[in-house]
Design a protein around this ligand. Structure first.
Ligand code: ADP
Length: 581
């Protein structure tokens, strides 16, 4: 800016200088010419008057010629008939002077000045002609006017000095004035560059004062614009964040695919199930790299070309294996043109599994209920239809009915316990001593252990007092199920050890170990399933429902823990339960 201004000012000043010098030169020359004209007039009249008064024209002329200060003076005196009376300086070449315009007009009585230019020498001469009637002659005085440099030089010098001085002053003035402008414009430029980089919070300091009104207005406008942009950007980000949070909380995978089948968006669930941590919002990539499904690719094509929503079931490969997904594909159109599609996937595996699970559960419960009920009804009918049954026999039948009814009660209680544990409700939390509860359960099962000749004892690792906070009834249920199993499925004379200790301030571990027949690796994988028994007949005869370990597992999960088993067939089993209590 400063350079441009200076360049402009230099041009203006130089232009003015040249114009001034041209005008000055013109006037100087005019003045010099007027001076010459005066001198020529004076000289002409001097010659004419002297000649007319009887003096010898030749003497007069030579005296004038020799004394004159006029530059390159030449003098011709011509008679009317063309005879040259006198010519100074004396020149050999004879011109037909009489025929010249100035002489013709002089003899016609017209005195005049005129300038003649010589093309060849590029010179010019100033002439003055006058007629001397009494001598019937015309005098022509000529001078070669030179430019009056002696007058012009000082003018030129002063003009140049003045111009230089003006330039210097302009330079200082422009420098001062433009400095603040340039600084403020530079600030604006940097702020604009920042804005371009996405820094919408940028603001410029507003310069105030008379010479900066435009810059100030610009700064105010800029600050308002950047504030508005920042607010809009912030609003956009908040909306994006809200939307993203909502989409990421959806447990179903969701994809946004463009018309070239590149991913524009994928919620975190989609990235998780398809095992990719490359967010398409950072760098877009083909959807097939995420889902590996050509079938889905084809469906996307179909939806985009027909413009119709598609609803189908696809089997997709995920990190959990091949899963069946209900797949909804909806095309998106922007201004009538296909933009892409939204793909919403809903995992059917859980629903299908839980439907199968419910079916199995109902079948199992029905079966488990049916056996004791059939038995009860059979004995009741026998007693009713045979009035002659002996009292001993009747008593035996009553005992069997009682056992079966007890089994039914067991079964119903276990189903209720399991259902409560599955519902995940924790109520009646109290602080109690787990060591004391273990002792209590061992005493409770003492008769069963004695009948089986199994010794149950606690290990040294069990602290004297182990305070925990939980539902005592449920923890008791865990202990009864594990210790009861360890006695039930043990050999005669077997041993059962029980311990519990704190793994960390939150976590408690309960371990029930026996030296019974153990559990095969295949059975170990399934024993925590509902109604699973290794030996159904034996379990039933021992009063088992097949739900005990399932209840243990669900209660452990209720307290943020887990139940597991380690066993080597023939060398006993070790059940471990960890819980945050
Ligand atoms: P049940 O009512 O039949 O005991 P559980 O769920 O408690 O049902 O146990 C499931 C199966 O696991 C049992 O039928 C039994 O075969 C096996 N089992 C449980 N505990 C032991 C153990 N300590 N030793 C050997 N087998 C066991």
């Amino acid at each position: 800016m400063k350079k441009d201004l200076m360049r402009g000012l230099v041009l203006i000043l130089l232009g003015s200088l040249i114009l001034f010098l041209a005008v000055a030169a013109f006037h100087t020359q005019r003045r010099a010419q007027a001076q010459l004209e005066g001198q020529l007039l004076e000289a002409g009249e001097y010659l004419a008057r002297g000649w007319e008064s009887g003096l010898e024209i030749k003497d007069l002329s030579v005296a004038l010629y020799e004394s004159s200060q006029l530059p390159n003076l030449n003098l011709i005196i011509l008679k009317e008939d063309g005879e040259v009376v006198l010519r100074l300086p004396d020149q050999a070449n004879a011109y037909k002077e009489r025929s010249r315009e100035e002489f013709r007009r002089a003899f016609a009585g017209e005195d005049r000045f005129f300038i003649r230019r010589f093309e060849q020498s590029h010179n010019s001469k100033l002439y003055y002609t006058l007629f001397v009637p009494s001598k019937s002659s015309a005098i022509r005085l000529g001078v070669e006017p030179a430019f009056p440099w002696q007058e012009f030089w000082p003018l030129l010098l002063y003009a140049c000095l003045f111009t230089l001085l003006s330039l210097g002053l302009c330079h200082i003035w422009v420098g001062r004035k433009t400095k603040a402008y340039i600084a403020s414009l530079e600030g604006l430029r940097e702020a604009m560059a920042d804005l371009g980089q996405g820094n919408y919070a940028v603001q410029v300091s507003e310069i105030t004062g008379a010479p900066f009104n435009e810059v100030q207005a610009l700064s105010v406008e800029f600050n308002q614009a950047s504030k508005l942009l920042e607010e809009r950007h912030e609003y956009g980000l908040q909306r994006m964040a809200r939307l993203s949070t909502i989409l990421n909380t959806i447990i179903d995978p969701l994809l946004l695919v463009d018309k070239d089948k590149n991913l524009l968006y994928s919620n975190s669930q989609a990235l998780y199930v398809f095992g990719r941590n490359l967010d398409p919002e950072d760098k877009s990539y083909p959807q097939i790299l995420l889902t590996h499904s050509e079938e889905l690719d084809d469906l996307i094509d179909q939806s985009m070309s027909t413009g119709e929503d598609l609803d189908t079931i696809l089997s997709l490969t995920t990190i959990k294996g091949d899963l069946r997904y209900k797949t909804l594909i909806s095309p998106i159109f922007v201004d009538g043109a296909a933009y892409g599609v939204v793909v919403a996937l809903h995992d059917l595996t859980v629903e299908e599994e839980s439907a199968a699970f419910r079916r199995d559960f109902v079948a199992n419960v029905t079966h488990e209920l049916k056996t004791p009920l059939t038995s009860i009804r059979g004995f009741v009918e026998t007693l009713r239809d045979n009035p002659k049954v002996s009292p001993e026999q009747a008593q035996r039948f009553y005992d069997i009915i009682d056992v079966e009814a007890e089994r039914l009660e067991h079964l119903i209680n276990d189903i209720l316990s399991l259902s409560e544990a599955e519902q995940g409700k924790i109520k009646n939390i109290s602080r109690f001593d787990l060591s004391e509860l273990i002792d209590e359960v061992i005493v409770l099962l003492d008769d069963q252990a004695s009948d089986k000749k199994v010794s149950v004892y606690t290990e040294d690792s069990l602290p004297e007092c182990l305070p925990v906070e939980a539902e005592a009834d449920r923890i008791k249920q865990i202990l009864i199920n594990l210790i009861d199993n360890a006695i039930k499925y043990n050999k005669e004379g077997g041993k059962v050890s029980v311990t519990a200790y704190r793994l960390n301030p939150q976590k408690v571990k309960i371990v029930v170990k026996d030296n019974g027949p153990g559990i095969s690796p295949e059975a170990q994988k399934r024993i925590f399933e509902r109604f699973y028994r290794v030996d159904t007949g034996r379990s039933r005869s021992l009063g088992g429902t097949g739900l005990g370990l399932s209840i243990v597992k669900h209660i452990a999960q209720l307290y943020g823990g887990e139940a597991s088993v380690e066993s080597e067939p023939g060398h006993g089993a070790c059940f471990t339960v960890t819980m945050n209590i």
